[in-house]
Design a protein around this ligand. Structure first.
Ligand code: SDX
Length: 437
């Protein structure tokens, strides 16, 4: 593998070890956004030292040209395009093409991409047997982790990661099948029959139809719900090197097949500190109950002795308003107005946001609402159960996981990810026979 950096060094830094006065010069690399990174790849070989950064707060794991976040200014770009413009003018399938291929598609390219995805929306009939092995009350994310990982047992003709064609087919299969598998998880929880995808429907129309249609009567798609779901999927599609994307990259770096890698991303996304936060926000709002309780819960969130956190608030990168949350809040109002729904939880969420953003604790720590704060309220208005919120996040983020996985596989400098550690355990010692312990 070539070790030649894709990004050329722009300067150097000198590291001085004060106890020995030894110095080492390290290259400085510069991203297209002007951010600088110290290239420490030779640090251990030259000095025997490692760096220590357990949450990767100051550590870059890769080059990437897919998504850019300026956390201080609340900016999010997909391949250079602002998320607000894409949310307003693009749609999920077009933005998926953009994230994976790097450019907005022509009319023909978009139609061809949509057609390819449509042709992969059905799943192998035997996959439906997997669902029957789960208890009816199984969390749909538990089902998704299992069933998506199992896809590699059915699609052997798209496992060769060195074959560009097979990488393409695997990508199309995953984008197309995630909505189908997600809808099947929902239907299974209801005890209703699975609904097959219909090729005359778009990906988002299909997803809603598979979720809500029943065989006994025609299901009428509501354009308000179709547009809202399309926008939500677009907003969730990618987000740089977040925990689940980094998990997918790490799994992919061992050359695991794409289905296994996406299953690992689903597992990581499930955590309430990450993609599971949208479900946790709804549960939190229902626990708070009404505006009179807000102050009490805000105080609990500030109390270090209380494990309660304001779910949907704070972000590792955004130290400003998450631009997706702004779009989500507007979409929330639009959907509720268009569906004629009075949702007290929205009023409660907005009052909670107002109180928190006037509180020094949140202001000093630059804790703002993130993408998960409003999404659950929209899902609830659409009749989607709380347990499906993170599943929908996974449906959307599969596009970003695939784009990032392909970028890593196609990066000539890619190596297996293998972090080091600072050992704090016992020094060398001999075995003690059990009768002597
Ligand atoms: C997503 O990375 C991504 O891009 C993720 C994501 C994506 O699209 O992939 O954007 C999706 O995961 C959004 C985040 C969803 N999670 C939540 O809403 C859960 C609640 N948020 C927190 O758990 C937290 O804010 C994190 C996990 C999101 C970020 O944690 P960090 O970066 O490790 O920050 P931290 O825990 O070091 O917090 C800094 C300070 C701490 O206080 P001090 O020790 O400085 O006194 O802020 C406090 C924290 O206690 N803090 C909170 C808080 N979040 C941080 N206090 C109360 N409520 C909160 N929500």
């Amino acid at each position: 593998m070539s070790d030649q950096p894709l990004v050329q060094p722009v300067s150097t830094v000198t590291l001085t070890f004060n106890d020995t006065n030894e110095t080492i010069e390290l290259p400085v690399l510069k991203g297209t956004d002007g951010h600088m990174g110290i290239d420490i790849r030779k640090l251990y070989d030259k000095t025997g030292f490692i760096t220590y950064d357990p949450g990767f707060t100051s550590t870059g794991s890769c080059y990437s040209g897919i998504t850019y976040i300026d956390g201080d200014n609340g900016i999010l770009l997909y391949r250079g395009y602002p998320i607000q413009q894409l949310a307003e003018k693009s749609d999920f399938i077009e933005s998926s093409y953009l994230l994976i291929n790097g450019e907005l598609p022509s009319k023909e390219e978009k139609a061809d991409f949509a057609h390819r995805i449509t042709r992969h929306t059905m799943v192998h009939e035997q996959l439906s047997d997997f669902y029957r092995g789960f208890r009816r009350g199984a969390h749909p994310m538990a089902i998704m982790v299992g069933v998506v990982g199992a896809l590699s047992a059915f699609y052997h003709d798209s496992l060769d990661i060195d074959d560009h064609e097979q990488r393409d087919v695997a990508a199309h299969r995953l984008i197309a099948k995630m909505p189908t598998l997600a809808a099947m998880a929902y239907k299974y929880s209801l005890g209703q029959p699975f609904i097959y995808p219909q090729n005359k429907l778009s990906l988002v129309e299909n997803f809603l139809n598979m979720m809500f249609a029943v065989p006994c009567e025609p299901y009428e798609l509501n354009p308000v719900m179709v547009n809202a779901m399309d926008k939500i999927l677009l907003l969730h599609a990618d987000h740089e090197q977040n925990a689940s994307t980094s998990t997918v990259r790490l799994a992919g770096s061992s050359r695991a097949n794409p289905f296994a890698c996406i299953a690992s991303g689903i597992a990581a996304l499930w955590g309430p500190a990450h993609g599971g936060a949208n479900e946790a926000v709804l549960n939190m709002l229902q626990e708070i109950g009404d505006k009179s309780q807000i102050k009490k819960y805000v105080e609990r969130a500030k109390d270090k002795n209380d494990s309660f956190r304001l779910m949907g608030f704070g972000h590792r990168v955004y130290k400003n308003y998450d631009p997706r949350a702004s779009v989500m809040r507007k979409t929330c109002h639009d959907v509720l107005n268009q569906l004629g729904i009075k949702e007290p939880l929205l009023e409660l969420a907005m009052e909670l946001e107002r109180v928190a953003l006037e509180d020094d604790y949140f202001v000093e720590r630059k804790l703002y609402p993130n993408v998960d704060f409003y999404s659950g309220i929209i899902f609830r208005a659409m009749g989607i159960p709380t347990s499906m919120f993170t599943v929908i996040f996974a449906v959307a983020r599969t596009v970003g996981w695939i784009a990032q996985w392909r970028e890593m596989i196609e990066d000539p400098s890619q190596k297996i990810g293998r972090p080091r550690q600072l050992y704090t355990g016992s020094p060398l010692r001999d075995y003690v026979p059990i009768n002597k312990r």
